[in-house]
Each structure stands twice: as C-alpha cells, then as structure tokens.
Design a protein around this ligand. Structure first.
Ligand code: IMP
Ligand code: MG
Length: 339
C-alpha cells in the first residue's frame, strides 16, 4: 500500500478536491496530505453540504483518515482554524513543524503590487510574498506559533512510518501543471512547482514510495487570471455551453476552452500518471449527470472517453458525473482487476 498522488493536469480547478474526496470515501487512506497553499480553493460537496477548502485536506470526509498539512505548504492560521471547525476534524489534523505561515503583511505586499495583481492576475492571498521570504530564509514556520502547538508534528516521520507499515497515504496537489512556476506559462503562473515530483517533495515522500499518480483533467478547460489558454472560447459561447464557472477563492469568472489533447499529452509527459481522472463529463454530456456506473453513461460519453484514452494512452479510471463526491464512475476494478 503506497503513496498515491493527485495532481492537476491543466490550469487548476480541474476538480482535484472532488477526486480526493471520492478516493477518501472509497479507499479510506490511513493519512491524507494537503500540499500547496491557501490560494487554491478545493470544493467538496457531499450529501447536500458544500465545503470550500483552502488548506484542510479534501479527504476529511473519511473519518478514519489522519489529515496532514505538508511541510512545503503555506497557510494562514485564521484560515486553518476556520476550516478545522467547519470540517470538524480537530483531533485528527496535524500541521508539519516546517509548514510556512502567511501573515497579514504578505497579503498587503501582494495587493500593493500592481504587476502581480493587474498583469499576472494573482489571487492576492500573500502566497508568493511568503514564498519569497521563505527563499530569503526569514519566513516564520508553524513551529514558531504557540497557538498551533497542539497541531504541530514532524509529519514527514509520521507519514513515512505509515507507508513503511504498508498503509495507504493520499497526497493532494494544488493548481495545475500549466500554472507551475517551472513548467507553466511563465510569468503567468503561481509561485511554486505544482507537478507530481514537486508535490512529493513538499510532502517529504520519496518517489520510490509512490503507487499511483492520478492526473486530473476537466472535460473542458478553464483558466482564471492572465496567460495563454489554448482554444479559448468567446464568453458568449462559454455561456451557451454552460461552462462558465467562478473562482473558489476570488469569485472571478473563469475563462473557458475545449479539452486540449496536445497540452494534455505534455502534462502526461511531465507528471507520468498511471491513471487519469476526468471531471464534469456531465457538463458536456448532460445525460451523464449523477451516473455512477460505466454502463449507465450515455454511449456518446463512453465513446468520447474511449477515444480520449486512445489518444492519451493512459487509462481513464475515474469519471466525475456531478458535484457530489460520490457522483463518480470508478473503472479501476474493470481496468486493473481487484486490488
Ligand atoms: P497567485 O499564485 O495567487 O499569485 O496567482 C498566480 C496565477 O495563478 C493567477 O493567474 C491565478 O489566477 C492562478 N491561480 C493561483 N491559484 C490558483 C488555483 O487554485 N486555481 C486556479 N488558478 C490559480
Ligand atoms: Mg480551485
């Protein structure tokens, strides 16, 4: 039972939160780790309730799972406390002693920076400014704050012991491959590398402990902020297709484009996924809405998936059909057999 990684294949907002929530419910990992920072909003919907999470792992829905904020992550203490309360996960959530802490001054620094706010279209959450201080080695870490004392642990030792006992760990990435500081559409990118290798590094888990890398795409592509979006549709066309969304953290409308096979292949090259998840298939094939079995999907949807699988040459194992975490067609058993 190894570490499994969930990583974004596009520009963020692929539905990683939903995929992680589904995997938590179905696989009940011993621990789940959130990487990245509070600029990334992961939405989890379950049985009529919605959570918009910026730091608590989207796997909180599995009550047996230990929840961990990675040493490479950056968070605000108030955001963390609020989400711990909203998710009721106190007692089973830990923050690494080395997790970076974003303070008010970092938010101010970004919001006063016209280049970041107007040209790049930053979410203005102070993440890049805190990262900058971290690189300069002046940023304060979780271990420096008494109010976090009861949550702070050496989570790297903790998760590696769990893995060495043969138990399952789920690692949640943020943003998407083309927002990576190294591999994205620089300078229109976020302030960290967000690809599979970087997610492992942030969590303190070596690549040989990895089982599955699940690369997540949405059935159509979206982007918030500036920078290239291949095949971008005019806003009216996006509205007509019902593909307009709003940012989880900023509320900004997202720019929209059809699925891009060429860019998807590049994301596959960089992340080396063993599986692909495609979310929001119901936005393209409305009759797929809420279906949870492959046979129940409309023929055109199945054909679209199979055609895409042929092109991408990676099994498409998880297909999101609605907003609820359990609105998912899970083909893992059909494709790989019982685990
Ligand atoms: P920053 O990382 O907040 O400075 O934002 C830099 C760029 O990344 C902007 O285009 C943001 O819209 C984008 N971005 C950052 N985080 C997310 C995310 O979680 N989802 C989608 N876009 C994001
Ligand atoms: Mg998001």
């Amino acid at each position: 039972m190894p570490a499994n990684v969930v990583v974004g294949g596009a520009f963020g907002d692929e539905g990683k939160g939903k995929v992680v929530a589904y995997l938590a419910i179905s696989d009940k990992p011993k621990a789940a780790i959130r990487t990245g920072a509070i600029n990334a909003g992961h939405t989890v919907v379950h049985r009529g309730r919605t959570w918009k999470l910026r730091i608590v792992p989207s796997a909180f829905l599995s009550p047996e799972t230990l929840l961990i904020v990675a040493p490479g992550a950056l968070m605000r203490i108030d955001v963390f406390m609020k989400e711990v309360e909203e998710t009721g996960c106190d007692g089973r959530i830990f923050v690494d002693e080395k997790t970076g802490i974003i303070e008010e001054k970092h938010v101010r620094m970004e919001r006063e920076n016209e280049y970041l706010m107007k040209v790049i279209g930053s979410t203005g959450q102070g993440v890049g400014a805190a990262m900058m201080e971290r690189v300069l080695r002046v940023l304060k870490l979780a271990r420096d704050f008494p109010e976090l004392k009861k949550y702070v642990r050496d989570t790297v030792a903790l998760v590696n012991e769990i893995l060495d006992r043969g138990e399952n760990v789920l690692i949640e990435g943020t943003q998407g491959t083309f927002l990576s500081l190294y591999h994205g559409t620089y300078p229109y990118v976020t302030s960290r590398d967000v690809t599979a290798s970087a997610i492992l590094s942030e969590a303190g888990i070596g690549p040989r402990k990895v089982g599955d890398i699940i690369l997540v795409f949405k059935a159509y592509w979206t982007r918030v902020g500036a920078g290239e979006l291949p095949g971008e549709l005019p806003h009216e066309e996006a509205v007509k297709r019902g593909w307009v969304e709003y940012g989880t953290v900023t509320g900004r409308p997202r720019r929209v484009a059809p699925f891009n096979v060429e860019w998807a292949k590049r994301a596959i090259m960089i992340n080396t996924p063993t599986q692909i998840a495609i979310t929001k298939i119901d936005a393209v094939f409305p009759d797929a809405k809420g279906k949870r079995r492959w046979e129940e999907l409309p023929v055109e949807a199945r054909r679209w998936i199979e055609d895409l699988e042929d092109k991408l040459k990676v099994p498409i194992t998880l297909i999101g059909t609605g907003e609820d975490a359990e609105d998912m067609v899970d083909r893992r058993r059909d494709i790989f057999g019982p685990q």
